[in-house]
Design a protein around this ligand. Structure first.
Ligand code: ADE
Length: 241
């Protein structure tokens, strides 16, 4: 797939693109990432990309001409266009799975003080990465690109995706590595037992417990297996003791 990132700060993506899994995914040919500097589409000789808001108020607003001319220069019928914005729908793992299927994903990085709302008519969706306001959409673009690229076949070990948080609607169980005792803290004995069924049950229990403690909202309305229901009842009993 190809990911095009439209930004006023292309240098912010240098570390992201040239490190670890994201770098390797490009070297393996799984993804091509291009960063386009929207400032190149400014029309005046001072390269102004923003202007004061109609109706008054603070801050400068990113001009729609700059964004739309840039978008039109890279958009094809295969492109899916996303604008990062705090008013967008919240980005979730399911959205990353949707994004990985597009041949061409275009992410427009919103501007810290606002963007001319007429741009909304030219994009497929507005996405926010959480209920807080960032200085710009660049970090949001990196978050979405990262979550998408690691799901591309061959990017990381497939087993690691299946077991992790959100893939089955629950948070991941805790993991440990050597040594088995550190600073007096022991790794749970069951994990050293080699008993696969017990390990699986323990992990399911811990996954439910972590979700109940940290994100009870994920359990609301979730269909649980008979085993999961049984384990959840045990956890709740323990909690009420
Ligand atoms: N731009 C500013 N805040 C943002 C957020 N929370 N998500 C996406 N883009 C943003």
């Amino acid at each position: 797939m190809k990911i095009s990132i439209m930004t006023l700060f292309p240098t912010m993506f240098e570390g992201f693109c040239n490190t670890s899994i994201i770098k390797r995914a490009q070297e393996k040919g799984l993804v091509t990432i291009e960063c386009i500097d929207m400032r190149d589409f400014a029309l005046d000789r001072f390269k102004h990309v923003d202007d004061t808001p109609y109706g008054g108020g603070n801050g400068m607003i990113l001009k729609c001409q700059v964004v739309i001319d840039c978008l039109n220069s890279i958009r094809t019928p295969d492109s899916h266009v996303v604008l990062t914005a705090p008013i967008g729908k919240i980005f979730k793992q399911a959205k990353a799975h949707e994004f990985k299927k597009y041949k061409h994903l275009i992410i427009i990085c919103g501007h810290y003080e606002g963007i001319d709302a007429r741009v909304y008519d030219y994009v497929d969706e507005l996405i926010s990465i959480g209920d807080y306001v960032l200085t710009g959409g660049e970090l949001a673009a990196m978050v979405m690109a990262d979550a998408t690229i690691r799901l591309l076949k061959g990017s990381i070990d497939e087993g690691s995706v299946e077991d992790e948080s959100f893939e089955d609607g629950l948070l991941e169980y805790p993991q440990y590595t050597k040594p088995s005792v550190y600073d007096g803290k022991e790794v749970p004995k069951v994990l050293l037992s080699g008993h696969h069924k017990n390990i699986e049950e323990y992990r399911m229990m811990m996954s439910l417990k972590t979700t109940l403690e940290n994100r009870p909202d994920l359990l609301e309305g979730k269909e649980l297996s008979a085993k999961q229901k049984e384990l959840l009842a045990i956890i709740q009993q323990e909690k009420n003791k």
